[in-house]
Design a protein around this ligand. Structure first.
Ligand code: ADP
Length: 186
């Protein structure tokens, strides 16, 4: 099964993707993690992305698409995958559709995790303390939520029009949410 996970920053995409990966036995592809690894490794692309990410803005479509194309050239994606953090705007949604079309691996389901903004803010504040991510400071969090509303939320309609969208309430225990997603995938 080929799945895209959608949801605001703090909606639990990364957490649920990790659980789904084990349950469905398919790779978890997170553009945020790929980018953080590039920043940590100090690659040329990582050096370009570092300040943009810390500010909570989007890295250029071109850079992220290049990274994604590289990841999708690996054979493990042929058995399905969970994509988390991409697409984040309509241009990325179209680029992904073209890329997966070329590979003959179209998306089966887009899962939107619905979480109230007050919960998002609480979770991101908690994560800032626990993990110290460079973009979990208050200014970057506010900017990420703004970018989400302006640019990423329209991607929900994109998948709805394609008949691939399922919406899942993203509040409750991790296990409850996982079971809701599994039920929605059937
Ligand atoms: P979150 O969902 O909590 O914002 P991610 O790990 O998905 O966390 O993304 C962290 C940051 O990485 C984003 O704020 C952005 O700067 C960058 N990033 C991740 N995915 C993309 C993407 N598809 N396009 C552009 N930038 C991205």
């Amino acid at each position: 099964m080929r799945i895209v996970l959608l949801g605001a920053p703090g909606s639990g995409k990364g957490t649920q993707a990790a659980l789904l990966k084990t349950r469905l036995n398919v790779p978890h592809i997170s553009t945020g993690e790929i980018l953080r690894a590039a920043v940590a490794a100090g690659t040329p692309l990582g050096r370009q992305a570092k300040a943009v990410m810390a500010a909570g803005a989007l890295v250029s479509d071109e850079i992220v698409l290049g990274m994604l194309e590289e990841r999708f050239s690996q054979p493990d994606v042929l058995g399905g995958f969970i994509l988390d953090g991409y697409p984040r705007n309509l241009a990325q949604a179209n680029a992904l559709e073209a890329l997966l079309g070329r590979l003959g691996q179209p998306i089966d389901r887009a899962v939107q995790l619905d979480v109230a903004e007050s919960t998002l803010l609480q979770r991101l504040a908690g994560r800032a303390k626990a993990e110290g991510r460079a973009d979990d400071n208050p200014d970057s969090v506010a900017h990420r939520l703004h970018v989400y509303t302006e640019q990423t939320a329209p991607v929900i309609d994109f998948y709805e029009k394609h008949g691939a969208l399922v919406r899942v309430p993203g509040e409750g225990s991790m296990e409850e949410i996982l079971e809701r997603i599994i039920a929605a995938l059937d």
